[in-house]
Design a protein around this ligand. Sequence first.
Ligand code: AMP
Length: 279
Amino acid sequence: MRTVADLRKHIALWRKRDERVGLVPTMGALHQGHMALVQAARTECARVVASIFVNPKQFAPTEDLGSYPRREASDLQMLRSASADLVFIPAVDEMYPPDFATLVRVDGLTEGLCGAHRAGHFDGVTTVVTKLLIQALPDIAYFGEKDYQQLTVVRRLVRDLDIPVHITGVPTVREPDGLALSSRNAYLSAEERRIAPNLARVLRSVAGALRQDPNAIAPEVARGSAALQQAGFAVEYLEIREAGTLARISEATASSRVFAAVRLGKTRLIDNMPIGPEA
Ligand code: AMP
């Protein structure tokens, strides 16, 4: 479907039959991380809707909107083999007509971590996610823990605006060497791809050390940052935060997470892990 009207028509039919609808919002260039969201939806919902929309509002003018990978044909192929029922691929004008004037913004949660380094990014995310949720009216919407701050912000958004949808977080899917799958991994040169798994390796090591010594946040952040630089990354941030609230903490607990964003050449990579036992 390319229009909101067509999307609504199909989903309304399913809702009338009391079929549970799951929504998986994506920006396309799909990989097995996205497919984990589709599979989670497939197991819980009678109908699975995926959206593909490279949302211009969540890219700053200096960012990679123009070069962001677009692979509609292979995306459709993947969604077909994962038995998605419907794919919504709106044009930019369908989502944002020229006189579009509304912004949805979540304060607080969006200020630190990626929010501090990507001006306007989360306003773009919350605006488009609100639109997609109202357009599709799913019972459940699926978001990846890979973008943990985004997941937390979206949970708050639906709570604050009383949007009647359940938000389900799906664990990060990784390459065998630990690198979190991301559409942006396609930007990496062979040399950068060799370096990239060190991000997950360092986060895992910081999480492990804090599990042993919850008071070692400052030294572990320093050690982790140095290790990332040593590996060849430019570090945007490495921080330990409370998972539910993203609050800064002075002592790690089982519900803390380690978050990082780095640059590797022109590519920005993010990752996060729990301090708790599953790290
Ligand atoms: P994107 O297309 O990058 O906007 O991602 C669409 C959705 O897929 C978001 O909810 C992401 O958090 C999720 N996602 C992206 N990469 C992964 C991954 N490696 N594992 C799990 N979920 C992911």
